[in-house]
Each structure stands twice: as structure tokens, then as C-alpha cells.
Design a protein around this ligand. Structure first.
Ligand code: FMN
Ligand code: ATP
Length: 310
């Protein structure tokens, strides 16, 4: 997949199916749009292009995580376009003429039914359809993917993330919430005095669930491991950065420097400040027990995952 960060000019393409939006999280609604451009690629040989508008706010997916996901899905080109004043204030018809038609030479544009863009948010699926006749591209408008009577959106997922409702999020995304990074050295106390753990430090731009303990699956280069993860600042020892620290069940490998993706399945408890290491250690032992029980109970889910060495 080609990744282009727009810093001024847009690149020139031709014969492409473009989908437009913020695409944070890549939820079930987004997947419908992406599947549509992939179908067009198969059927008409169009380049599958995702144009993602990005702002400075914290996001469910880092830029790199989104890149990895879209590449895996089979997207040809990801255009990351900053949602700056120039783009926000560009008149919708100018955006269509200069960028969609002039630069990308889109033959197909795919958006959700409530997609809005351009100055005063006057750009709409109807406007795209109207200009499509003039500029010779097809517009495909996708009905909103719903969860009950609520539209699935990144906003909805952000709300659930604040509550630590990981099961609901997995349902809305179509796969678990995750954070990806490289395993770093902790203070080494885990190995000496507690339990061995794998630490990753998510960037500040990444939205995380509440500080606390979660049932997780870590996907490593060596294999996939169930485990239990603490998200937070370890108040008992006092850390000055937010860490994601996982005790992998049945894994005694040296993992430092490995790439890792931690999938979050269930929230267990909030992070706490303990009065002694012994009390913390006893609690972590109970957490590990809860985690193992959860995997026992979720046999159906476990069947779809293959644990252990690859
Ligand atoms: C499952 C689990 C739960 C944890 N819960 C807490 C907690 O509630 N409070 C806390 O201060 N630290 C918690 N920790 C972090 C420990 O303080 C940490 O593992 C220990 O200080 C070792 O850190 P190090 O690897 O950086 O040396 C937890 C760690 C794990 C793996
Ligand atoms: N539930 C959905 N079903 C179908 N299409 C969707 C759905 N949600 C968003 N889309 C479409 O996907 C594209 C990207 O959506 P975008 O990420 O901008 O919106 P969102 O998920 O509703 O996020 P937010 O809540 O931040 O506004 C847009 O074309 C949008 O209309």
C-alpha cells in the first residue's frame, strides 16, 4: 500500500475509487465503505484509495495503526490529509473539481449517507452525485451501519472507550480495540519481585481505555498469547508515563524489542494504589486467575484464536 501524507499538493492519479472521511477506529460502517472500493478494484480495476482527514485530537487509532489495518485489508493508497483551515474552508464544489476530478481523477466516490465536507459543510452525497454527471464519476452512497437504533460512529466508540466497555467496542469495530508498539524494558521489578511483564508505551495521541486491568491477547512475532494487562501509571511505584504492561500466560520468551499488538477483550478492575508490594502481588495473582477463568469460559472465542508459538 502506498501511503501519502498530504503537505500541500495532492498526488495525481487516474481511474480510482475514492472513499472519504476521518476513518478513526475503522469500525463496521467504515468497513462497508472500504469493502465497496475493494469490490470496485476487483470488478473494474480501479485503484482503491482511502482519503482520511486527520486533526490534532487524540484518536482511537494512531496513524501507523490505521496504515497497518488498511494495508491488510488490501487498500492500494492511503492519503492522509490534515483537516486544516484550507481544507475546512474550501468550497465543496472546488474540492470536487480540483481534488477529486483534477488531481485524483476519480471514477468512483464512496461516502456514507450523512457525509459532509467543505466550507460550511455544504458538501453532501447529493452534491457529489450532481457533479458526478458533469465530471464523469459514479457516486456510491452507503446506508449507515446501525447498532440497535444508534448509528455506529467513532464518537460512539469513544464514549464506550471512556467506560471501558471493551465487549461493546469489539462489536462496533468488528474486532477488538488494540494498541500496538515495541516491547520496552520496565524497571525490571516485575521480573525480580513480581511477575514477568511486557511493556509498551502508547503515544500520547492515542486514546486509551480507563486506567485499570484488562483481559488481553498479545500478538507477537513469535505467536499469540493470552494474558492480563495493566494500563496506567502504576501508582504503587509511581510512574510518570502511561504504560501498557502485560503478563503473558505461559510465555517465558525474551520479548524486548519485539513488535506487539495488544487486543483488549474485557475490563476487570480499576488501577489502585496498594500500601505494600505484597498486597499488589496478591491482587495481581487474583487478576491472573480471573483472566485465565475468562479464557476458560470464552471457549468459542478462544477457538478462533490460535495461541502459542507460530
Ligand atoms: C495484571 C497487573 C495488574 C497491576 N495492577 C496494578 C495496580 O493496581 N496498581 C499498581 O500500582 N500497579 C499495578 N501493576 C503494575 C506493577 O506495579 C508493576 O508490574 C511492577 O511495579 C513492576 O513494574 P516494572 O516491570 O516496570 O518493574 C499491575 C501489573 C499487572 C501485570
Ligand atoms: N455507521 C456507518 N455506516 C456507513 N458509513 C459510515 C458509518 N459511519 C461513518 N460512515 C461513513 O464513513 C466515512 C468516514 O466516516 P467518519 O470517520 O468521518 O465518521 P464517523 O465514524 O461518524 O466519525 P465521527 O463520529 O468522528 O463523526 C464517511 O463517508 C461516513 O459517512
Amino acid at each position: 500500500m502506498e501511503y501519502v501524507k498530504i503537505e500541500g499538493q495532492f498526488p495525481k492519479f487516474s481511474h480510482c475509487a475514492v472513499t472519504l472521511g476521518k476513518f478513526d477506529g475503522i469500525h463496521r460502517g467504515h468497513r462497508k465503505l472500504i469493502q465497496t472500493i475493494l469490490n470496485r478494484k476487483k470488478e473494474y480495476g480501479e485503484l482503491a484509495v482511502v482519503m482520511a482527514f486527520v486533526s490534532d485530537r487524540q484518536t482511537l487509532l494512531t496513524s501507523e495503526e490505521r496504515r497497518i489495518l488498511l494495508e491488510k485489508m488490501g487498500v492500494d493508497i492511503l492519503l492522509e490529509c490534515p483537516l486544516n483551515d484550507q481544507i475546512k474552508h474550501m468550497k465543496a464544489d472546488v474540492f470536487i473539481r480540483q481534488i477529486l476530478k483534477g488531481d485524483l481523477q476519480a471514477s468512483c466516490v464512496v461516502v456514507g449517507e450523512d457525509f459532509r465536507f467543505g466550507h460550511e459543510r455544504k458538501g453532501s452525497p447529493e452534491l457529489l452525485e450532481k457533479y458526478g454527471e458533469k465530471y464523469d464519476y459514479e457516486t456510491i452512497v452507503i446506508a449507515k451501519e446501525m447498532e440497535g437504533n444508534r448509528k455506529i460512529s467513532s464518537t460512539y466508540i469513544r464514549e464506550e472507550l471512556k467506560k471501558g466497555n471493551m465487549e461493546k467496542i469489539a462489536d462496533l469495530l468488528g474486532s477488538p480495540f488494540f494498541t500496538a508498539g515495541v516491547i520496552e524494558h520496565g524497571r525490571g521489578m516485575g521480573h525480580r519481585d513480581f511477575f514477568p511483564t511486557a511493556n509498551i508505551i502508547p503515544p500520547k495521541s492515542k486514546l486509551m481505555p480507563p486506567n485499570g486491568v484488562y483481559v488481553t491477547v498479545s500478538h507477537l512475532e513469535d505467536g499469540d498469547y493470552p494474558g492480563i494487562t495493566n494500563v496506567g501509571y502504576k501508582p504503587t511505584v509511581g510512574e510518570n508515563f502511561l504504560g501498557v504492561e502485560t503478563n503473558l500466560f505461559d510465555c517465558d520468551l525474551d520479548l524486548y524489542g519485539q513488535k506487539c499488538r495488544v487486543d483488549f477483550y474485557k475490563y476487570i478492575r480499576p488501577e489502585q494504589k496498594f500500601t505494600s508490594f505484597e498486597a499488589l502481588k496478591a491482587q495481581i495473582r487474583r487478576d491472573i486467575e480471573s483472566g485465565k477463568n475468562w479464557f476458560q469460559e470464552e471457549k468459542e472465542l478462544v477457538k478462533t484464536l490460535s495461541f502459542g508459538k507460530k
